[in-house]
Design a protein. Sequence first.
Length: 717
Amino acid sequence: MPNNYLFSGIYPILQNKLPKLFTYKIINVVKQSNNIGWSLAYVLIKKWGGHWVVMDNLLIGDMEKSLEECETMLQSLWTEKKFGEINKIQPSFNIEITPEIEAYFFVKALCKDYDKEIKNLFQEKYFDDIRVIRKPEFQNWVVQKKPCLSISINSELFYRYDIENFVKKNHQDVLIGKWVKTKYDNTCGEIIAIIGKVADHRQRLLAYNPKESTEKYIKNASDDTLVVKILTNKQKEYEYPLNSLQISIRIKELKAYKTNAKEVSKYMKLTPNERYQQIVNVANIFQTKELIDNSLITQGKKNPFFFNEVNILPLLTNYKMIRMGKGFVCEFNEKEIYGNLKKYGLYKVNCTFTNLTIGIISTLKVHNGFLRALKKELKSFNLEVKFVELLIDGNKEKIYPLKDIRNIDIEKAILAFSSLEEKPDIILAVLPNSNFDDDSNKNNAYHYLKKSSLRENFQTQVVNVTTIANYSSKMGNIVLGILAKTGNIPYILNQPIDFADYIVGIDIGRTAKKKTTGSNNIIAFSRIYLNDGKFLQYNICEDTVEGETLPKNILQSFFPLKEFGGKRVIIHRDGIFRGNEIKDLNEWAKDINSIFYLVEITKDGNPRIYSTDGQTVTFPQKGDGFYLNNKQAILVSSLPQFIKTGGTPQTLRITCKSDNITIQQALQSVLAMTLLHYGSLHPPKLPITIYYSDIIANLAINGIKPKNMTGNIPYWL
């Protein structure tokens, strides 16, 4: 789009407008604690004034204080038990004030000075029982060695009324499973237990040295206020008094409340133009104070921060090209791919299945029209389909009727197929829409069915009632899922990623930790692909570990000498490498004479990208993005499936953690692997190497995994 330019939502911070910053080391007697540091910063703002923040146990402020002043202040704070952990606050004025520190201080401290002005830009919206809060989120960045601020707009749904009012209307047991968020910060999680009442737990909770804001709610709570335990996304458990929480609602939960779910969903989706205007309004507040510059944009192809014909497009020219049967090569197009597969055939057919036997479990009567259509579609791929017949109440039936969706009923259905002499090659299950509402809920029927079928070594293709009702438009996804789960390869990359032999994705699932120290159970999960996109195998490994780091022995088991010796391997990490993982991987690569290219893929907290001609703001293109530095970039890897009704696409942050791979090569590997998710015609945001991996690993922890810890069937599709 030569007449358009890209807008990033990232603004350079004017360094000459920043106050002079001073740094102080926080020296703890027992352990380094960021929570204690932030409590200290909060107190110093009240006692000394100015701005104070904590960054990796470094206290940063815009006031210069002597060692004597620091010691006097600390001695006055030792009367409070939690500050007794701090041994010393020591001025460290020789520490360089880096762009990272400047950006961090701006976002964590200076932005708060304008909270009231910013809040006035946004109004809460009510839909009966639902309250929608729209607010900006700020993130600190360093772009090409300059401190920057990103502005994004976030919309959150909450129960309109107080959570304690919600309990009075219902019963305290309804709290279990509710997603909640603290009223004063971004801590959120699922309520997993009711501990008791504040009267019996107040002193114990205060003894934990909670944050200042949490402490206030504990002290102010009435004796009969409930204390609940929540489980966060990071699998950590915390206890809170109920008065400090609010019910946070996800889109899929709206039907449980009095509201118009369609209206709420529509309001939540901001068009690129709406989002752009709100970002500009927030930026104007900082710009009128001369704190930030204009946003990073590119006019045509001139700005080297952004991807262009010179710095990336030559490497990405071929990532869109795929190869099917009969040697047919085409550009990936989600609207045409299924038709092309029917016309030219699959790249590789699993010769084991010339005839395909399908068992069907359903909560409703499946119309014969659907069965005929499914049989016809699979026949177009040279597969003769036979639906398994079961003897039910003396009659032969093609469908096992799931009258109830209790766990025992699901178990009976799976065992009915398992007891057959001629077992099905795959089970097609039809479940109510409500059982698809939460991918992470291990207790719903969908996950129990997966668990039961994998235990009996069955692959399943699970669809909801709506899909069956509209099967003509959904048949492509159903058929591709069945084909992939029976060992077929629909298509591959036309040109292999020539600088690697394998692309491997790794991730970890952990059990909840009740303490900040000690061991916990983990499931480590890897997926191995050849450089042309062919799926080779998955590996699942269980262990008990200390802390957050993946042990060396597990990492080594993922890359055995026999298969990986002397090979070039791209390793996609879902999120960041932790602890010694990079060191351990590099040492193992050296031991087996291999080359490992380490790439982090971060899916949350990234700025969005927009395209505009100066008049209309619209979507960027897949593959658009910009460089943070020569090892890190922001990437648009996928667009909304329905452009007219979809929101602005979220981006990925790609980070090279090895010197032997360029950021362009890392981007190429990510974009290419987004095309290979055979379970959907619409390519996902994440590459298939790590797509769904956090959920796969966490479900595996709860027993939802195949019998074999290594296999070559992508059961997660």
